[in-house]
Write a new protein. Structure first.
Length: 67
């Protein structure tokens, strides 16, 4: 059977949603800890790559490059 990339992606996404719902239903603490970890990783990568966190940067809003 020949699968296209679109079919493979849809198959994977179709399996991820029920798995995520199952995990969320079984352990709310796991979901909360995972969410906090994802946010910390996102913030760390954003800072490490030279970005700043929204609302915490010292950028002036009147700067035409960042407006």
């Amino acid at each position: 059977m020949a699968f296209s990339i679109q079919q493979a992606v849809l198959l994977i996404l179709g399996g991820l949603v029920p798995a995520a719902v199952f995990i969320a239903d079984r352990s709310e603490m796991f979901v909360a800890i995972t969410l906090v970890n994802v946010l910390l990783i996102w913030a760390s990568l954003r800072i490490a790559t030279g970005g700043s966190l929204p609302g915490f940067g010292g950028d002036d809003a009147s700067d035409p490059e960042h407006a």
